[in-house]
Write a protein that binds this ligand. Structure first.
Ligand code: GDP
Ligand code: GDP
Length: 434
């Protein structure tokens, strides 16, 4: 899990330009999964070896061109609540606007690190114009040009310096996060799961703030539920914006090992649910999809489940090896099964395949169907192994790693999944030079 940096500011100051600059730099290097729709407002970045999550809060406001001040206020409030540091972006071209002043007023009151970033300072002349931003009462500021990249390094130096060190929590209990859109039934599910408060065993203090994990002992399983308080405490703001469910999901997802993604059967697996799905996938978390309120679906022939399942699988291609359960929190149907499945996914995620066994299985498969020649070159894979990482990653050693294309890596992943149980777990396949 990593610290969270939020970018706030009114529309058109250059937030998404800045965001893309930081995210792309990294995704080009790190991203092992291709062909996946990306959330363009949330991603991981790193600077000076420190990793952090970056959220472009403005990206979640619908129709952001004529956004209401009220919306901006809510955005900022939530950023203040959830983020470890805030970058407040303004625009030297337009100078200080009324909305900038409003946001400053909110930010002056917080005791979290705030970085005033004066954007579009593309040349030295504009640097002089930036002086007026002292009037916002936020003290020193950074000048930068998101378009040409100048000044971004200085800003990031300062930001990563204040980010808390977030270590992995010391606990070998599975950490489950219940995520999903508002009204999917998350709080009902958690209440059904934990029954009365006497099931709470201990509170484990979160590493940064608030208590995040709570330990439970139910159905013969011991596990931590992540951020239950945050979900049960009904948000004071109206939660129907995608932004809010995403913001709240981010922290819970990052703290978890397995995400229980709840959706309302009568509303389906829509774009916003999908967004949360990829959020979990990109964080390499285990996933169980729970189609809730199944009691409300009247036509429940066997085919209904099949059609529903097929539709979800289509949406989550190519990562379709994910358990999908049809549950009802109301009638308590398959609640136990949901937890049991989450524990299985947790175990799958922790699977370590011995190198010998892995080679014995994979090398004959590779021999049978080697990587196709590329630009007249033949690739020879000699050896493979699971890497000693907290979630499953695999390295295949060969003479010409750069000539192994994405479809062949996909092929290896599929074969791997056929031979070993990684249901519900994102895995990465790397080609390495040997
Ligand atoms: P957002 O609404 O705050 O996310 O702003 P965008 O990133 O969409 O940028 C708004 C406009 O400002 C776009 O036309 C960008 O190309 C432009 N822009 C962003 N950063 C810079 C910059 O550093 N210099 C200049 N000159 N234009 C920029
Ligand atoms: P949250 O916003 O995701 O925490 O959702 P809530 O737990 O507050 O549930 C939203 C609404 O859906 C409430 O009125 C619940 O009673 C209802 N609900 C939750 N689970 C079920 C279910 O399995 N079946 C039916 N019919 N209603 C449900």
């Amino acid at each position: 899990m990593s610290a969270i940096v939020a970018i706030v500011g009114r529309p058109n100051v250059g937030k998404s330009t800045f965001f893309n600059r930081l995210i792309q730099r990294r995704e080009a290097i790190v991203d092992a999964v291709s062909g996946v729709t990306r959330d363009r407002h949330y991603g991981k970045s790193d600077w000076n070896g420190k990793e952090f999550s970056l959220i472009d809060t403005g990206g979640y406001v619908v129709g952001s061109d004529d956004v209401f001040e009220q919306e901006i206020d809510k955005q900022v409030e939530l950023a203040i609540e959830e983020a470890d540091a805030i970058i407040f972006m303004v625009d030297v071209e337009s100078g200080i606007t009324g909305m900038d002043e409003d946001v400053s007023k909110l930010l002056r009151r917080v005791n979290k690190p705030v970085f005033l970033a004066v954007n579009k300072v593309d040349n030295a002349m504009r640097a002089e114009d930036a002086v007026e931003f002292y009037n916002l009462g936020l003290g020193d500021f950074f000048t930068l040009s998101s378009i040409n990249g100048s000044g971004t390094g200085e800003l990031l130096d300062a930001v990563v310096k204040v980010l808390p060190e977030v270590e992995e929590e010391e606990s070998n209990l599975p950490r489950f996060a219940v995520v999903g859109r508002p009204n999917a039934g998350k709080s009902s599910f958690i209440n059904a799961l934990i029954g009365e408060d006497r099931y709470i065993v201990t509170d484990i203090a979160g590493t940064t703030r608030d208590s995040i994990d709570t330990k439970y002992n139910r159905f013969g399983f011991e596990f931590n539920l992540v951020d239950t308080a945050g979900i049960r405490r009904k948000a004071k703001v109206k939660e129907d914006l995608e932004f809010y469910s995403v913001m709240r999901s981010v922290r819970a997802i990052e703290h978890s090992d397995v995400c229980l993604l709840l959706l309302d059967a009568t509303r389906g697996f829509d774009g916003q649910v999908e967004n949360i799905f990829w959020l979990a996938q990109r964080n390499n978390k285990g996933i169980v999809i729970l189609v809730n309120k199944w009691d409300l679906v009247e036509d429940k022939e066997t085919n209904t489940i099949k059609h529903y399942t097929d539709k979800i699988k289509k949406a989550i291609e190519p990562f379709t090896d994910v358990p999908i359960l049809f549950i009802s929190v109301l009638t308590k149907q398959r609640i136990f099964k949901a937890i049991e499945t989450a524990v299985e996914v947790y175990n799958n995620r922790n699977t370590k395949i011995p190198t010998r066994k892995f080679n014995d299985t994979m090398l004959p498969i590779i021999e049978n169907y080697p990587p196709p020649a590329y630009k007249g070159k033949f690739v020879k894979i000699k050896f493979c192994m699971q890497l000693p990482t907290p979630y499953p990653q695999f390295a295949f050693f060969c003479n010409l790693p750069q000539y192994v294309r994405e479809p062949y890596k996909r092929y290896l992943e599929n074969k791997l999944r056929e031979n070993f149980d990684f249901s519900g777990v994102p895995i990465s396949v790397f080609m390495r030079k040997k």
